[in-house]
Design a protein around this ligand. Structure first.
Ligand SMILES: [Zn+2]
Length: 100
């Protein structure tokens, strides 16, 4: 499990700068099959507080061992969606491919 920067909670936003953060989580749905997905800071903190958090929404996983393995400042790109709550994770500078 990645240690939060302040030791207690994963940040919503990078400091300094206030850029949005996203987290990479891994979970095993069986001992040989690992799943990786992006989660929002709220869900990362749920996973930190309670390792079974993901089983509540991903109940097909019988072995809900999950780990936050990486933090990332989400600089640029299309809006990401949290793999657990489906919440939007917007990038700091938006999607460069997007045309209005
Ligand atoms: Zn979430």
């Amino acid at each position: 499990m990645l240690k939060p920067n302040d030791g207690n909670t994963y940040a919503n936003h990078a400091w300094p700068g206030g850029y949005p953060m996203e987290y990479l989580a891994t979970a095993y749905d069986n001992p040989y099959d690992r799943d990786e997905f992006i989660v929002c800071p709220q869900c990362a903190n749920k996973a930190l507080a309670n390792h079974i958090a993901f089983v509540l929404t991903k109940d097909e996983w019988f072995e809900p061992e999950c780990n936050i393995v990486m933090e990332n400042v989400y600089w640029e790109g299309p809006t990401d969606y949290c793999g657990v709550c489906n919440g939007e994770i917007e990038s700091a500078y938006g999607d460069p491919e997007e045309t209005d």
